[in-house]
Design a protein around this ligand. Structure first.
Ligand SMILES: NC(=O)c1ccc[n+]([C@@H]2O[C@H](COP(=O)([O-])OP(=O)(O)OC[C@H]3O[C@@H](n4cnc5c(N)ncnc54)[C@H](OP(=O)(O)O)[C@@H]3O)[C@@H](O)[C@H]2O)c1
Length: 211
């Protein structure tokens, strides 16, 4: 599968590119072509495989599936430019709008979740929310299999299944269906909770495994 990682210049994008490139053709996208090329070169060296890079709109046009590994695009400027390139394609959003307030992380959506905001702009895309609770530093150690649960919200079971097939192509990840895209609010909210628990208890890179 040809997977575009929009924001592949960042930490989560790097981890996803390193893992997904074992089984898929990966393209990293950026708002800046030079940043994308530089990141792609670095990731290719690390992975020992070719990972291509380009402008976000170009990799979005070329891909079959896209992952939005970007900071919260509150104004929707990047997302608007991706509406046509990502039409009728699966789009996975791990985005978590949050900030630090009085020493703790707080969830700061603009009304709806980031995934719902993405779906409202990417009108013809099939949007799933997932991968919020997978910490980038452990993801980047691509040789270490991660025995993690990945909660996925999507409006149809088919979109869940399509996202699940991408997620489970990363060794030992277990995708679990969490309901329609409105449930992305609950999934995104988990991240400040995990970060605060980690901070207050001297822990790092907390994730989720349901038992
Ligand atoms: N880090 C984690 O452990 C982790 C885990 C799960 C989920 N997440 C979520 O995944 C997303 C990416 O996390 P990250 O830590 O990789 O973030 P990051 O390194 O801060 O940013 C990723 C990329 O987002 C792009 N970007 C920055 N501001 C933007 C804007 N206003 N609009 C559109 N794109 C913008 C930048 O790419 P260009 O400048 O090259 O375009 C940047 O390299 C975040 O929403 C985060 O909440 C992170």
């Amino acid at each position: 599968m040809r997977i575009a990682i929009i924001g592949g210049t960042g930490s989560l994008g790097a981890g996803l590119a390193l893992r997904l490139s074992k089984r898929h053709e990966v393209l990293v996208g950026s708002r800046d072509a030079q940043r994308a090329t530089k990141a792609a070169r670095r990731l290719s060296d690390l992975a020992g495989r070719t990972i291509a890079g380009g402008l976000a709109t170009d990799v979005a046009t070329a891909c079959e599936v896209a992952i939005l590994a970007t900071s919260f695009d509150s104004g929707g400027a990047l997302l608007s430019s991706l509406e046509a390139p990502l039409s009728r394609k699966l789009v996975i959003s791990p985005i978590v709008p949050m900030k630090v307030q009085a020493g703790l992380f707080v969830y700061t959506p603009a009304g709806v979740s980031a995934a719902e905001q993405a779906a409202s702009i990417l009108k013809e895309s099939l949007v799933a929310a997932a991968l919020h609770t997978v910490p980038a530093p452990v993801l980047q150690r691509a040789d270490v299999p991660l025995d993690l649960d990945v909660l996925v919200a999507a409006d149809s079971r088919q979109t869940f299944e399509d996202a699940a097939s991408v997620i489970s192509s990363m060794e030992r990840f277990r995708p679990l269906y969490a309901g329609p895209l409105t449930q992305a609010r609950e999934l995104e909210r988990l991240v400040p909770l995990l970060l605060n628990v980690a901070k207050l208890n001297g822990l790092r890179n907390l994730s989720i495994k349901l038992i």
